[in-house]
Design a protein around this ligand. Structure first.
Ligand code: MN
Length: 295
């Protein structure tokens, strides 16, 4: 099942090049009188088991439109955290260690030596919203990654059971400003975490460690690899993360990028895809206006 949020927040089922408006299915979601006491995590992902049959029930009466005409939002809106995995493809490690001026020599060593990092939840957008560079005068890079969305609440899980916790997969762009500051700052600007265009439920992905993926900027090939080339597997990532914090439905793991990361500038268009998941285009918006804002 390919589940999307699009346009003004419609719930969509993507099938045969069309997005079907199955928002009527949302009626099955539990309503809490005290939402501030609700379980942590994303309410859609947490209720996928009841939502899936409701989506199928809503499908016959659903209106639809071509995928190309929809503005896709992130299929997860309220993760409790966005987990980043650094240096998870050997060739990317080589390119980073070979260009200390760009990638900084602050972060060295294996994943276990560096640990994971977190991106601010407020950085999350869908491909239809695009990316606005917060610091356009500095080098801003794309990092093309497989996005893993956790489906259950779990802590201290083993590698052997880890994949069973996954709700689904999406394309993830781990956008970053290069420089010496902590990753959590440089990777957390508004729109620096792109997820989309939809969630492909885990049952549709036979082997998440065998997916070809690519990224182009303005049609120029930049990144191309396969998730089989990860250093730390997805199952190992989930087990490792769950030793440090409880995982909640909707938590996103950006599973690391391959070689070929490079800069984007205002006006560019990123096109990227993962075999069996989706392809999507993301605009780098023309300019960021650093206007004071208080609401
Ligand atoms: Mn990354």
């Amino acid at each position: 099942m390919r589940i999307a949020l699009y346009d003004d927040g419609r719930l969509g089922l993507v099938r045969d090049g069309l997005v079907h408006d199955v928002s009527a299915a949302l009626a099955v979601l539990p309503v809490s009188a005290q939402p501030w006491l609700a379980t942590r995590g994303d309410p859609l992902i947490a209720n996928l088991d009841v939502l899936k049959p409701a989506i199928m029930a809503a499908l016959p009466d659903a209106t639809s439109k071509p995928v190309a005409e929809a503005r896709f939002l992130s299929p997860v809106q309220h993760p409790s955290k966005i987990i980043g995995v650094p240096v998870n493809y050997h060739e990317h490690v080589v390119e980073a260690e070979g260009d200390v001026a760009t990638f900084s020599d602050r972060f060295r060593g294996s994943i276990e030596q560096q640990g994971f990092f977190l991106k601010a939840v407020s950085a999350l957008v869908g491909p239809g919203e695009g990316i606005t560079l917060r610091w356009p005068e500095r080098r801003n890079d794309h990092e093309m990654e497989l996005g893993v969305v956790i489906g259950r609440t779990a802590s201290n899980v083993g590698v052997d059971e880890a994949l069973s916790l996954i709700a689904g997969y999406a394309i993830a762009l781990d956008m970053v400003v290069r420089g010496p500051e902590d990753r959590s700052l440089r990777k957390s600007g508004d729109s620096y975490a792109v997820l989309g265009p939809w969630l492909v439920t885990a049952d549709e992905v036979a082997d998440p460690q065998a997916l070809d993926f690519f990224l182009e900027v303005n049609g120029e090939p930049r990144q191309q690899s396969n998730t089989g080339r990860m250093i730390m597997s997805i199952a190992e990532q989930i087990a490792y993360a769950s030793r440090f914090y409880r995982l909640y439905p909707g938590d996103i793991i950006m599973t690391g990028t391959c070689e070929g990361v490079g800069p984007v500038r205002p006006g560019d268009t990123i096109t990227c895809g993962i075999a069996g998941i989706a392809e999507m285009s993301v605009a780098i918006h023309p300019a960021y206006a650093a206007a004071r804002e208080v609401q």
